[in-house]
Design a protein around this ligand. Sequence first.
Ligand code: HEC
Length: 102
Amino acid sequence: MKRAVTIFAICAAVALVTVAAQAASTGEQIFKEKCSVCHAVKGQGGKIGPDLTKISATLKEKDLKAQLENPKKANPSSAMPSFKTLPKADMTALIGYLKTLK
Ligand code: HEC
């Protein structure tokens, strides 16, 4: 019986670590799916939009959000699509990732 409890505890610990690792990479995954066609980070990605490797050194969270929700606000002829319809959790994860780029 003790052994079963130990095995259960180990499995639970492994599951927790896996979930944490996934949460950390979601924002980056969303970026790779939706943004890297046009934007490069650390040398990887497209060249249609500006390089975002250090974007959080210049843009604050609210500016990032404004750019994502309404790119035409900063530049009326912007080639960047709006990501207003992105699910809230994805937007939060994505902004969280962008904030690490500085
Ligand atoms: C179709 C190409 C395209 C896609 C896809 C795209 N962008 Fe952009 N983005 C641009 C262009 C072009 C600009 C340059 C300014 C403008 O035209 O609005 C830009 C500007 C930006 C800026 C402002 C940069 C600065 O220096 O002020 C940020 C931040 C940004 N994009 C983030 C993102 C994120 C995050 C995504 C994914 C959710 C994304 N973009 C998807 C083309 C794109």
